[in-house]
Design a protein around this ligand. Structure first.
Ligand SMILES: C[S@@+](CC[C@H](N)C(=O)[O-])C[C@H]1O[C@@H](n2cnc3c(N)ncnc32)[C@H](O)[C@@H]1O
Length: 343
């Protein structure tokens, strides 16, 4: 999934930091998990703890981190493969869904005067989302199956969304991507034979009550909050008929859902709190030279709570900029900080 700050291109670099500094570890925690690519990448090697403030991220984590195999869906009457079933519905089937159950079609398609999704695709999402709730309420699917199915819906939505990058706004003209048929996308599940655990809470607070060996911290690095940029996926995951506002149709969100890392002063205070409370021997911190906190703030805090001589900083040139664009710009790097903590 395309996601601001996704570390898909940095996985090998994170692995290199671990290979260079960590001799032995059992538990890896991805405390700001986002798409879960980092947690999934390391799942084959460690028991995983993952977490994010976004509920849709949590759903994907539950599906791919807590599950150790793809669910089998043995108890849905007359249906053996719910993903195929939902992907192969005809328009006649879909139109049976009552209008009042069509939150996506009524709000995010031209029927609701917005252009995030075509009417047909919005209805497909509504139908799938209602069915999953229905199966869950009737006891046809258990938790692991419920989260897996919602995750397959979430994963499918970006492929047909009429946006450029995030859900902060929709395109004024239809992108051809929007006319592809919406499909649920299955997700690969790695079996590490461990009891992995996912959370949907403030990572700063969570660190007070968990422990492990490797802690990977990848917070937002600028003022841009994640929820307004991914509101539609959050609503698909919660399917809670929220009040939405304005042209962009964003859902309201509470103080608890805002990240402290999108404010410089609060970011520094919270990062220090995390470093202080972390009961992990190896700490890897991802950041950017464009971030609100500067390198000296981060180094000072890490050394205050870690073993000073183990501190290291790895600078990785941004790959998203082509070399021509980068000319005349100040040097932009992704940063990986490492320190060992005596716990
Ligand atoms: C840079 S992204 C992480 C990207 C992730 N490593 C990936 O590869 O997809 C930062 C994430 O931190 C989450 N976040 C921000 N503040 C948080 C907090 N206080 N507790 C938990 N998650 C938080 C955001 O929702 C977002 O998903």
């Amino acid at each position: 999934m395309r996601f601001i700050g996704s570390k898909t291109l940095l996985l090998e670099n994170i692995k290199n930091v671990i290979d260079e500094n960590v001799k032995y570890a059992e538990v890896f925690c991805d405390i700001f998990s986002g798409t879960s690519v980092v947690a999934n990448f390391f799942k084959k090697n460690y028991k995983i703890i993952s977490n994010d403030l976004l509920y849709f991220s949590y759903v994907v984590q539950k599906a791919t981190i807590e599950n150790n195999k793809t669910p089998i869906f043995a108890n849905i009457p007359k249906i053996t493969n719910p993903v195929n079933y939902l992907n192969n519905l005809t328009n006649v089937d879909l139109e049976k869904l009552p209008m009042k159950k069509r939150f996506f079609q009524n709000n995010y398609s031209p029927i609701g005067k917005r252009m995030y999704l075509t009417e047909d695709n919005a209805l497909r999402i509504d139908f799938a989302r209602n069915k999953v709730e229905d199966w869950y309420k009737k006891g046809y699917i258990v938790d692991s199956e419920y989260y897996y199915l919602i995750a397959t819906i979430i994963e499918g939505i970006p492929f047909v969304s009429n946006i450029s990058g995030t859900y902060g706004a929709y395109n004024k003209k239809w992108d051809k991507r929007a006319f592809k048929k919406f499909e649920l996308k299955t997700l690969p599940v790695v079996d590490n034979k461990m009891k992995n655990k996912s959370y949907n809470v403030d990572g700063v607070k969570l660190l007070k009550r968990i422990n492990g060996d490797i802690l990977y911290i990848d917070p937002p690095y600028n003022e841009r909050q994640y929820l307004p940029n991914y509101h539609l996926l959050e609503t698909a995951a919660k399917y809670d008929n929220p009040i939405i506002k304005g042209i962009t149709g964003q859902r309201d969100y509470s103080e608890n859902e805002k990240s402290v890392f999108c404010n410089k002063v609060r970011a520094i205070i919270s990062f220090e709190e995390m470093m202080k409370n972390a009961k992990f021997r190896h700490i890897i911190f991802s950041y950017s030279t464009e971030g609100l906190m500067n390198i000296s703030d981060i180094e000072y805090i890490m050394k205050k709570y870690g073993i000073i001589k183990t501190y290291k900083l790895y600078k990785i040139p941004y790959r998203r900029f082509k070399s021509r664009e980068q000319k005349n710009k100040k040097e932009l790097n992704e940063l990986l900080f490492y320190i060992e903590k005596d716990v």
